[in-house]
Write a protein that binds this ligand. Structure first.
Ligand SMILES: [Fe+2]
Length: 274
């Protein structure tokens, strides 16, 4: 009897927000890795800086040292211009692929797994951004079709972080990719959706992973600022709420032969911190 290959196990964490989010990831991620031994770990860190806007080299390095294989981002990736050099240099730090090509960095990485039973297996991680109620960049659907078609010449194990605001666009995107990629995880809105599932042709999907960030907040920020903004229409800036934080994400197991997901599980750990 031929023993079948074990499934590939991938862990995705939602947007890391500020110091509380980083602290919670620092606490929970090593436990998750030790207990579940994922082959691939992908974390969106576009809000990891102290002020929740963008990230810095130190935040990227900290996540990579914890065992994160790929760091994805989104619209806030351009907040800290000192990151541009790193975007050019580091192929495991992604920015959405559908921004203008003259901007630094890339939105797709194909690499071989470095640990576990699938060591040497090629996988791809693609970062795209939606356009509804966001900047009018290139069409993520067309960009996705084209990049996935090219990538499938190398591997069927393709995972997409779809960073988007509007739920009609965000929920439609995995359907457009179903049958061609292993999973699509939504990021950016910071509120987890309870819809983790596997679509009919094998694409794992969750419309939004939720965040790794402050528990008693409004999308990571002080609730009083959101309330005041609603009451006055004054565009007050968000401020990261200090305090206990949760870690949210998605666990995907996939058949390495077909590239189809066979299991999805939403994760929520915490809160951690004071
Ligand atoms: Fe975002």
């Amino acid at each position: 009897m031929i023993e079948s290959q074990p499934n590939l196990k991938a862990l995705f964490l939602g947007d890391v927000v500020g110091r509380p989010g980083r602290r919670a990831v620092l606490f929970f991620l090593p436990q998750l890795i030790a207990q579940r031994q994922p082959d691939l770990v992908v974390v969106n860190a576009e809000n990891a800086a102290d002020d929740g806007l963008g990230l810095l080299l130190e935040h990227y390095s900290e996540l990579r040292a914890l065992g994160v294989d790929v760091v994805t981002t989104g619209n806030h990736v351009w907040e800290k211009t000192e990151l541009n050099e790193l975007l050019e240099k580091e192929d495991r730090l992604l920015r959405p692929a559908n921004y203008p090509s003259r901007l630094p960095g890339r939105g797709l990485v194909i690499f071989t797994l470095e640990r576990g039973p699938h060591i040497g297996t090629e996988v791809a991680v693609l970062n795209l951004q939606g356009r509804y109620r966001m900047s009018p960049i290139d069409d993520p659907f067309r960009a996705g079709f084209q990049l996935v078609e090219e990538t499938r010449k190398k591997t069927k194990l393709i995972f997409i972080d779809f960073h988007a605001e509007d739920f009609s666009e965000k929920e439609a995107f995995p359907w457009a990719m179903d049958g061609t990629v292993t999973g699509v995880v939504g990021t950016h809105t910071h509120v987890a959706t309870q819809d983790a599932r596997i679509l009919p042709r094998g694409c794992a999907a969750q419309t939004d992973l939720g965040m790794c960030g402050p528990l008693n907040s409004v999308i990571g920020s002080r609730p009083d600022l959101s309330i005041e903004r609603s009451l006055t229409a004054v565009p007050l800036r968000n401020e990261v709420l200090e305090g206990p934080a949760e870690v949210r994400g998605l666990w995907i197991a996939a058949d390495t032969e077909t590239g189809c997901a066979v299991l999805v599980e939403s994760l929520c750990l915490g809160p951690y911190g004071v």
